[in-house]
Write a protein that binds this ligand. Structure first.
Ligand code: PLP
Length: 436
């Protein structure tokens, strides 16, 4: 009753029974003009999905997938961690409702994430300048962060590394923000372009946002050294640039604390920052969509204002984050025996990736007769850019059934001890063919 009174009073309200059916001003009579979808063109699949489709269609028993960005164990599986299985069982036993959580997600999850990323005693936390909300994966955090920037400073440019993860551009660019690229990595020389990076950042406009991979850079595997992080942090501070740190592989490079050290350093030095966190890889919770956005503001009252905006943005996109994966993660972070088990499993994943790096670099050294590919050994995380041409990537796929992305990004975690020699032989043959 109340609802209908309000509706009747609204100037645009018309009763569905009594209102005359007037044609909409944009109504078209022909079917073609009328259709909402008629003008849409078929889009090409992105390079990751295209590589995956080609891999699936390949009937060779010897095919090797180094394309898709998921961790694989020695059996080629992307396993559910034992700590996750145990925590999930407990979550299901204890769960009494499926009612909504909140736009910010689980409070205990958010607190634990802050501790895991910033450390329990970080100045931004004790100064009550940090706010954390749970998001649907790291992608959700990146997108909400982009919308937040767009809402508060629509004129700024977001600078991303060249190269960067393929999804950064659509995730950040779809918000309408202007994007630019800063030099980061020379794929043919296999090294960072640190001086060029500094020069570019030095020329960025005050208030611009700089997206930096906190560790295990995707797609290059090349991270800044601690001294380089200190230099970049000072530059961000001096030039009043706002860091947006993407932490998608915490624990995959050195360990949980060392991998978060750059984030902690930057967050201590600058007045404002955004941090996108993903638990897809380090907890193996990919499809459960577990992530968080941490914002750091100049004062507690600014931090509250930022949080209110973040919550409104979340409400307007997906309303509330999914709960199940975050409930599992929160249980693992809070329960010491689960946490210890998770850390042991994370350590094993990291060790397997490092082993494959050492093995592949050694095999490539033997098959090519030089140390040109030794960079693979020292890089971090799942990815390295082989630094070969798209034609060589194509030949590796068509002739040898080895799949990687067109830019020659390969997932080292897709490699097995028994096929490293084969991959190295094929790469050496194709590189010598291309150069000789
Ligand atoms: C650099 C980087 N950032 C963020 C993400 C987001 O991960 P997700 O949304 O699956 O948590 C990924 C995933 O591959 C990534 O590589």
């Amino acid at each position: 009753m109340v609802r209908s009174l309000i509706m009747a009073a609204h100037p645009f309200y018309r009763s569905p029974i009594t209102a005359p059916l007037l044609p909409h001003p944009h109504y078209r009579t022909t079917k073609e003009r009328y259709s909402v979808f008629q003008q849409l063109k078929q889009l090409a699949p992105d390079s990751i999905l295209e590589t995956l489709a080609k891999y699936r269609a390949d009937s060779s028993p010897n095919k090797i997938d180094l394309g898709v960005g998921v961790y694989r164990d020695l059996s080629g599986n992307t396993p559910i961690l034992t700590s996750v299985r145990r925590a999930e069982k407990e979550v299901l036993e204890l769960q009494s409702t499926k009612s909504y959580v909140a736009a910010a997600g689980r409070e205990e999850f958010n607190t634990s994430v802050e501790e895991l990323v910033l450390g329990a005693a970080h100045a931004a936390r004790s100064g009550r300048r940090a706010r954390t909300v749970q998001t649907p994966g790291g992608c959700g955090a990146l997108r909400v962060g982009a919308e937040l920037i767009r809402a508060s400073a629509p004129g700024v440019t977001v600078h991303v590394s060249d190269p960067t993860w393929g999804n950064h551009t659509p995730l950040l660019g779809s918000s309408g923000l202007r994007l630019a690229r800063y030099p980061y990595y020379d794929a043919s020389a296999h090294r960072l372009r640190f001086d060029a990076m500094l020069e570019h950042l030095d020329g960025a406009a005050e208030g611009d946002v700089i997206l930096i991979h906190a560790c295990c850079h995707n797609p290059t595997g090349a991270d800044l050294e601690p001294a380089q992080w200190r230099t970049v942090t000072q530059l961000l501070k001096r030039r009043r640039l706002v860091p947006f740190l993407d932490l998608a592989y915490q624990g995959f490079a050195v360990d949980l604390d060392a991998d978060a050290a750059p984030v902690r350093l930057v967050a201590e030095e600058v007045p404002e920052a955004l941090i996108a966190v993903s638990f897809s890889k380090n907890l193996g919770l990919y499809r459960e969509r577990v992530g968080a956005l941490i914002t750091i503001a100049e004062s507690p009252s600014r931090a509250d204002a930022v949080l209110s905006q973040v919550l409104q943005i979340a409400r307007s996109i997906y309303s509330m984050p999914p709960d199940h994966g975050a409930a599992i993660a929160a249980r693992i972070f809070a329960e010491p025996s689960l946490k210890a088990e998770w850390i042991a499993e994370l350590t094993a994943m990291r060790a397997r990736i490092a082993d494959m790096r050492v093995l592949l670099a050694r095999e490539l050294c033997k098959t090519t007769g030089n140390a040109a590919f030794d960079f693979i050994r020292t890089q971090h995380g799942m990815f390295s850019l082989l630094g070969v041409s798209p034609q060589t990537v194509e030949r590796l796929r068509e002739e040898h059934h080895i799949y990687m992305l067109p830019d020659s990004r390969m997932n080292v975690a897709g490699l097995m001890p028994q096929n490293a020699r084969y991959v190295a032989e094929c790469v050496a043959a194709e590189v010598s063919r291309a150069t000789g």
